[in-house]
Design a protein around this ligand. Structure first.
Ligand code: ADP
Ligand code: MG
Length: 202
């Protein structure tokens, strides 16, 4: 079972990964966006880490809800409200249970990803974070490692696509040939989840 501490460690692991990869995310966003994705997420996840330390939420749902709120209020850009919605909606679906199982997490994440699709209007194949998140959630039933691999594969597979949502879509065909920054950061988020689970022997 996964408790609040597990979810806190997921978020701090994600924050560390975003710190390490911020330059790469920004470089990807400079090719097909406005070169702020790494710095946007770095600011957001630093705020998440600080808020979790200060408020010490004691259920999985409360950890993700707080993290989502922080992302919405600090990230800005398109990705702030989208990632914020992902975590808030997932947290809400977990309710106030003190511990949750893997299957419950998979279902909650599915609700979170659905909310992101509804908010942003993106479908798989539009070259957005959805292209990493949907395969990850689909694979989660086969374990955290399978979800990590599916998210990474989904992110890489955005390269030949033409963007149909977000800033990159303004480039039309010129968006082809570049990996989507948001799909790349989503793969980092899912990898952080898998790393946290593996560190626990899940
Ligand atoms: P901005 O585009 O406002 O500068 P960011 O650079 O932080 O915001 O994030 C860009 C990423 O957000 C894109 O790479 C894409 O994955 C994601 N994104 C943008 N618009 C949408 C959308 N409508 N639905 C899903 N994801 C989106
Ligand atoms: Mg940007």
């Amino acid at each position: 079972m996964l408790d609040a501490d597990f979810f806190r460690r997921w978020m701090t692991t994600a924050a560390a990964s975003v710190d390490r990869e911020a330059e790469r995310l920004t470089a990807l966003d400079s090719a097909i966006g406005d070169a702020d994705h790494g710095s946007n997420l770095q600011r957001g996840f630093r705020a998440v880490t600080a808020a979790l330390e200060k408020e010490a939420p004691d259920t999985p749902g409360a950890v993700l809800t707080l993290a989502g709120r922080q992302l919405i209020s600090t990230v800005g850009g398109a990705s702030g409200p989208l990632y914020g919605t992902l975590l808030r909606r997932t947290g809400k679906a977990l309710g106030d249970a003190p511990e949750v199982g893997g299957e419950q997490l998979a279902e909650a994440l599915r609700a979170g990803v659905d909310a992101v699709m509804k908010l942003g209007g993106a479908a798989p194949g539009d070259k957005t974070m959805i292209d990493a998140l949907v395969p990850a959630v689909d694979a989660l039933g086969n374990g955290f490692g399978a979800a990590r691999a599916a998210a990474e594969e989904g992110a890489v597979a955005t390269t030949p696509l033409q963007a149909r949502k977000g800033r990159a879509s303004y480039l039309g065909e010129r968006s082809i040939g570049h990996q989507d920054p948001g799909a790349t950061s989503s793969a980092l988020l899912i990898a952080a989840l898998a790393d946290t689970a593996e560190a626990d022997g899940e």
